[in-house]
Design a binder for this molecule. Structure first.
Ligand code: GMT
Length: 375
């Protein structure tokens, strides 16, 4: 198949899923065309089946806001016509689904009926999408897509609750490339971070409010009172300064390292013992899956799709949003006993295997086939 993929080219979960999916489809013999405003962060590999088309938006003094959606729709028309694509797959509804709808309508005037698949990733529904300023457009473009997928059952349920949806939605969960995300021997790094063989806790995110990075620090402080430990904070974003200040206020700075954005997250996960994800909303929790693939159990909230990934009492624990006390207690329970920690680590990896790329990519291929056949 010739597949056009539209996504945000950043390190965010939706962009990562879109890029990894495109790379896997290309390896599987499909021709994949990425259409976005910058080379996707994870598009770091060469294949004769991979193409990148940049959406450039011209500056004009009249534009206070650049009309990206129009530029994207125009680029889609161009790429579909000249590359003869079979399907467009857009990741994250805003503004990709409505741009694809516009492109589809234009292409019909050329006698081309291109199927559009929209994958909803989370905040496009749970936070931004349901805002009044977007919801009519999000509802319309979901209903007009030829196929719609969500990354968890929970996100499907929320989509059906918040929006007036008149079509089927298929759940296709996030996936993991176990070749990349697997334990690497980085004992030198472990010795540098934890010279006294302390336990290593880790949090990776874009430090947005929804990630509750303050709770990460609060949980760590309580764990640190009982167990010699270090905390690695990976990523960057608007809440980082507050998180750093909280470390100072709670007196744990000497045991917390802010590492900023990192490309080789799998190497840092390889030396870690426990992943903290106290988010107030999480449609799936790709970062937690990445940790589990590197044998790191997860302390998370029970929100959104997290219970579909993290098995309570087996691969980690689930708690109510904001229940720092319980999350710390569960973290200590896992970390205080070597054999118990090993059990949780093994279970985390076993669970991650369910979501391996080779299980999930064929679901997208099959879905594209069904959608193409129907159009
Ligand atoms: O988590 C983020 O802030 C990034 C965000 C995105 O849209 O790029 O991630 C969302 O999509 C991921 C991939 O499908 C999911 O694994 C994340 O759970 C989801 N984030 C939220 O729902 C907050």
């Amino acid at each position: 198949m010739k597949i056009g993929i539209v996504c945000y080219p950043t390190f965010g979960g939706s962009g990562v899923v879109a890029t990894e999916l495109g790379k896997a489809l290309a390896t599987h013999g499909h021709q994949v065309h990425f259409i976005t405003y910058r080379q996707p962060a994870r598009l770091d590999f060469f294949s004769e089946n991979l193409f990148y088309h940049e959406v450039a938006v011209s500056q004009y003094p009249l534009f206070d806001f650049l009309p990206y959606e129009s530029a994207l729709a125009s680029k889609l028309v161009d790429v579909v016509r000249f590359e003869k694509l079979d399907v467009i797959h857009v990741h994250y509804a805003i503004p990709h689904a409505s741009a694809a709808f516009m492109a589809k309508q234009i292409l019909l005037t050329y006698g081309i009926n291109i199927p559009v698949v929209t994958t909803l990733h989370g905040t496009d529904i749970t936070l931004v999408g349901k805002d009044k300023s977007f919801s009519p457009v999000v509802t319309f473009s979901i209903n007009q897509s030829d196929g719609v997928t969500t990354v968890s059952q929970s996100l499907k349920d929320q989509t059906l609750t918040y929006f007036d949806i008149k079509r089927d939605i298929q759940v296709i969960p996030n996936f993991i490339d176990l070749e990349r995300f697997s334990i690497k021997d980085r004992s030198h790094f472990k010795r540098a971070i934890a010279p006294g063989n302390e336990r290593i806790l880790i949090h990776t995110s874009n430090f947005r409010k929804v990630k509750n990075t303050g709770d990460v620090i609060r949980i760590f402080q309580k764990v640190n009172e009982h167990i010699p430990s270090k905390l690695l904070m990976v990523g960057d974003g608007p809440e980082r300064t507050n998180a750093e200040e909280l470390c100072r206020d709670l007196g744990v700075c000497q045991d917390v390292r802010f590492l900023g954005k990192q490309d080789a997250v799998e190497e840092i996960l390889s030396v870690s013992d426990l992943f903290l994800m106290p988010s107030s909303s999480e449609s799936f929790g790709l970062a937690a899956l990445e940790a589990m693939a590197c044998k790191v159990p997860v302390i998370s909230t029970n929100t959104g799709g997290l219970p579909e990934l993290n098995v309570n009492g087996e691969t980690g624990f689930l708690s109510d949003i904001g229940d720092v006390e319980e999350m710390a207690k569960n973290a200590i329970y896992i970390l205080e006993d070597n054999d118990r920690l090993e059990k949780f680590k093994d279970a985390a990896l076993e669970r991650a295997k369910t979501f391996q790329l080779s299980n999930i990519m064929p679901q997208y291929e099959e879905y594209y086939r069904q959608v193409i056949e129907k159009v």
